[in-house]
Design a protein around this ligand. Structure first.
Ligand code: GLU
Length: 294
């Protein structure tokens, strides 16, 4: 009890650090402007720090000029990071070490399935397992024998690495995270199924990299779109397995278009750059964003 109180006091006294984590695979749009503003304002009013981290592990879709374009667009809005931005492609060795730690804990398994094989298997199932965004991995490779793994490897097939979510959940026991809008949430360890933690092409994944980096950058408040709320269940599990601190969360509403669809990189006409080019001022952009959620 005393320990819990001390932890709470330390958390309270810790300087707030927030972050914005765009992927440099396109120009920033209004949704990014809002996400960056939420993180930046929260840190600003609490005299904290605001960091930028480029989620660039989707290396085939990244374009070098998008990094600077993002920073320029943010600066135009008056949003500047407190320190030099990080790039996830610079940190692959750190993710590999985290993956190795999970592997030695026995909570990962290699998966040799192709996307097509998974789709075929799901289509043949009378009741495919469902997650928040559609069917989940059906668990095909969960119980491969050592001999089967050797056979696949001999065929030259590189595996992806998946989390054995039921095993991980059993190992961690009851976990929670706190969201500033939704309150205290109990973690459902199998919500996203056996998610991929290391893609075969890059040896990591969004989930693993974001958890490792939020801890490494000592992020106290993770602010991001509410579409990522389900992912936070998995992230909390990974934090616990890897012995990393538990940040606070703020999952904010998404900026949508007139049809209520979330904005995407393909909506080029809604990029901040196109608004800038058409003569809108930063103040006018900020005025059309939804109100801050705090
Ligand atoms: N790169 C993600 C996005 O642009 C953000 C992920 C995160 O903040 O954890 O939606």
């Amino acid at each position: 009890m005393l320990l819990a109180t001390l932890t709470e006091i330390c958390d309270f006294l810790r300087k707030m650090i927030t972050r914005f984590a765009p992927s440099p695979t396109g120009l920033l749009h209004l949704g990014h402007a809002y996400a960056a503003r939420v993180a930046h304002e929260l840190a600003r009013i609490h005299d904290g720090s605001f960091l930028v981290r480029f989620e660039d592990i989707d290396h085939t879709r990244v374009r070098p000029d998008y990094y600077q374009a993002a920073l320029d667009d943010l600066a135009w809005l008056g949003i500047r990071p407190t320190a030099e931005p990080w790039r996830q492609l610079d940190r692959l060795e750190t993710y590999a070490a985290a993956l190795e730690k999970l592997r030695t804990m026995g909570v990962l398994y290699p998966c040799f399935c192709t996307r097509r094989e998974i789709e075929t298997e799901l289509a043949a199932m009378p009741a495919a397992p469902q997650g928040p965004e559609g069917p989940l991995y059906p668990g095909t490779c969960r119980h491969l024998s050592r001999a089967e793994i050797v056979d696949f490897t001999a065929l030259g097939r590189e595996p992806a690495w998946r989390l054995h979510s039921a095993k991980a959940g059993a190992l961690c026991g009851h976990l929670t995270f706190r969201d500033l809008r939704c309150g205290e949430m109990a973690v459902d360890p199998t919500l996203l199924g056996d998610a991929i933690l290391a893609r075969r092409d890059i040896g990591t994944s969004y989930h693993l990299a974001v958890v490792v980096d939020d801890a490494a950058q000592e992020i106290t408040h993770v602010t991001r779109g509410e579409d990522l709320l389900p992912a936070t269940h998995l992230h909390r599990l990974l934090q616990n397995l890897l012995g990393l601190p538990k940040p606070l969360y703020l999952h904010h509403p998404l900026v949508t278009d007139e049809q209520g669809r979330r904005l995407a990189k393909r909506d080029h006409d809604r990029s901040l750059r196109s608004y800038r080019d058409s003569g809108l001022s930063p103040g006018e952009i900020l005025a059309i964003l939804p109100p801050l959620p705090f």
